[in-house]
Ligand binder design. Structure first.
Ligand SMILES: *Cc1c(COP(=O)(O)O)cnc(C)c1O
Length: 406
């Protein structure tokens, strides 16, 4: 059976050279970077070397990088850390309605602690309005947190314009760049970004490692208290192998970004065009051009997206709905909702997110399977996976309200 992975925005396959670098580090540099013997010094040197490579790649200084366990922790550290350290300056944060849950839930928590949060709306493409952003700033505003590229639809915000507004008004600017990392270029210094979150596993790196880039001089209250690692900003023994892996990853990317970008765009557009050429009625969700090169979020008529994903899976094709969901708590996508999509469009949406290993043959296979899987999905209507079994929605309610029944 085929195995075609088109869910790279959920997570991605580790690059073999990165896996190799991690394994070698596990074997050779097992000392604790805080130890002062040679084993420790070697590990410390490996961490520093990786930091330099990454800083060079991102356009920041090595001192500005704090390694974390991933995007979720980086977003928590940026937003909570800044809000707690700047309480006397102000208590207002601006973000958007289409952020990742690690930003939205953090903001919701801060609201319970007396911080005010403005959630910017977006247009039909998923873009915020910079005029509205400017108007939302008041003299209590301490932080603007707007993602670089959206994980569900791929829309890319004008972060240069946002950072200029933030600088002008003396407000810090944080961007969640987890999805844009490895897919489109980003430069912290040139784009005047104060805080930037990223995670390795969305871009062919290992899981469990990410970083927060924090402009020099910005104070953050740490999430973890303990040792003096990362200059007291993030306690806990460094994840040396994964840090080395992330360093190796950016080294590889430097040589390869344009080629990957072009390849992904070509395959993504081939997929979309191919589906349309089969006479299937689909609508694109997200911006037609200001979009990640690998992301294709589309809505089908009269289809339940999850059923379509299950049908695709039966043919060896991995896609997803906007974001990974937990059975029983599935809700309509907050991103598509904020973009003003109808319930039918939301229910009928799926996301293909491509990776650099995908081929034209794979895309053509998916295109050729589409009529069959769509027919299957329409026939079976609203089924879902419950307690290890596929069930009809009507039998036992495990998900949100079905729009279409078998
Ligand atoms: C996946 C993702 C995160 C969370 O990153 P983890 O490393 O999985 O914690 C944050 N923001 C965006 C946009 C993401 O896609």
């Amino acid at each position: 059976m085929k195995e075609i992975y088109l869910d790279n925005n959920a997570t991605s396959k580790i690059h073999p050279d990165v896996a190799e670098a991690i394994l070698e580090c596990q074997r050779e540099y097992y000392g604790n970077p805080s130890s002062i013997h040679d084993f420790g010094l070697k590990a410390q040197a490996a961490v520093n070397q990786a930091k330099e490579k990454i800083a060079d790649f991102l356009g920041c200084s090595p001192k500005e990088i704090i390694f974390t366990s991933g995007g979720t922790e980086s977003n928590n550290l940026a937003i909570k850390g800044l809000a707690l350290a700047n309480r006397e300056k102000g208590n207002h944060i601006i973000t958007s309605q289409i952020e990742h849950h690690s930003v939205l839930t953090t903001c919701k928590y801060l609201e319970s602690q007396g911080i005010e949060v403005t959630y910017m709306s977006v247009d039909h493409y998923g873009l915020i309005d910079c005029k509205e952003l400017e108007e939302a700033i008041n003299n209590k505003t301490i932080l603007i947190s707007i993602m670089h590229a959206n994980n569900e639809v791929g829309t890319i915000q004008s972060i240069d314009e946002i950072s200029n507004i933030a600088r002008d008004k003396g407000v810090f600017f944080h961007t969640d760049a987890v999805q844009s990392f490895t897919k489109i270029p980003i430069n912290v210094n040139e784009s005047k970004i104060d805080l930037l979150s990223l995670s390795a596993h969305k871009g062919n790196g290992p899981k469990g490692i990410g970083l927060l880039c924090v402009r020099e001089g910005i104070k953050l209250t740490p999430l973890f208290h303990g040792g003096e690692q990362e200059e007291g900003r993030r306690a806990g023994t460094e994840n040396v192998p994964n840090i080395v892996g992330l360093g190796r990853l950016v080294e590889l990317l430097k040589q390869d970004t344009d080629r990957r970008n072009q390849l992904l765009t070509r395959l993504r557009d081939r997929l979309f065009q191919g589906i349309k050429d089969k006479g299937i009625n689909v609508k694109l969700n997200g911006h037609p051009t200001r979009r990640l090169p690998n992301t294709l979020n589309i809505s089908f008529d009269d289809i339940e997206g999850r059923t379509l994903i299950i049908s695709l899976n039966l043919e060896g094709i991995a896609a997803s709905q906007g974001s990974a969901c937990t059975i029983g708590t599935l809700k309509a996508s907050h991103v598509l909702t904020a973009m003003g999509k109808t319930p039918e469009e939301i229910q009928g949406s799926i996301r293909f997110s491509l990776g650099y290993e995908n081929t034209e043959e794979e895309i053509d296979y998916v295109v050729n399977m589409m009529p069959k899987v769509i027919e299957y999905a329409r026939e079976y209507g609203s089924i879902c996976y419950l307690k290890g079994e596929f069930k009809y929605e009507a039998e036992e309610s495990c998900c949100s309200q079905p729009l279409f029944k078998a």
